[in-house]
Design a protein around this ligand. Structure first.
Ligand SMILES: CC(C)(COP(=O)(O)OP(=O)(O)OC[C@H]1O[C@@H](n2cnc3c(N)ncnc32)[C@H](O)[C@@H]1OP(=O)(O)O)[C@@H](O)C(=O)NCCC(=O)NCCS
Length: 168
């Protein structure tokens, strides 16, 4: 039997193409049928390898989860952007390749992202999820998040509600 090692680490510029691929697969899987097709396609194509290489070099922290040499998912995190919420940290994005979902990796990546915010000195955290993304809502509620705020995001004239989960 082959043993696969699971590694969660900061992304490096060489990971940019793999993260762009995860982003593409995960967003397509999570949002097709929710975000209008044209808006989704353009959001995905904007976030190619070059975009991710820049994001990794800039201040925003990008973490990857790597299994047996495959980048299975990523998370991005930093300072909370919503001034009306007192939590200092935010996980901006947490995405896994569809074939790696539902086996506990999201839980591990979330814990690592949370830990990273603590090491950055940021107390408490916020995560936003689209209300129609029931997987994400189930995941964050299961991880102990309290849904305390709502907002609206507009994609190609379609307004979608989003929910903020917080941890203190
Ligand atoms: C949401 C996501 C990060 C969760 O990671 P994951 O590895 O699939 O989740 P885990 O296997 O760690 O599951 C942990 C818990 O989440 C909950 N959960 C996971 N998938 C769920 C689903 N489809 N429906 C409801 N709850 C779910 C369960 O409570 C599960 O607990 P259990 O172990 O008791 O079953 C991952 O599925 C993903 O990337 N989805 C697509 C992209 C996305 O929606 N990202 C979040 C955007 S805000």
């Amino acid at each position: 039997m082959k043993t696969l090692s699971i590694d969660i680490r900061k992304a490096e510029p060489r990971d940019a193409a793999a993260i762009a691929d995860v982003h593409h697969e995960a967003w397509q899987g999570a949002y097709a049928g929710i975000i209008p097709h044209r808006a989704l396609t353009s959001m995905i194509s904007r976030r190619g390898t070059q975009w991710w290489a820049n994001a990794i070099r800039r201040a925003a922290t990008v973490l990857v989860i790597e299994i047996g040499g495959v980048i299975a998912g990523y998370a991005t995190l930093g300072r909370n952007r919503a001034r009306e919420l007192p939590q200092q940290g935010e996980i901006y994005e947490l995405y896994l390749r569809p074939e790696y979902q539902g086996i506990g990796l999201g839980t591990r990546l979330f814990a690592a992202a949370r830990e990273k915010l603590v090491t950055h000195g940021l107390k408490g955290l916020v995560v936003w999820a689209l209300e129609e993304n029931s997987n994400a809502l189930g995941f964050y509620a299961g991880a102990g998040g309290r849904d305390i705020a709502e907002g609206v995001e507009v994609f190609d004239q379609k307004a979608l509600r989003k929910v903020a989960f917080v941890w203190d």
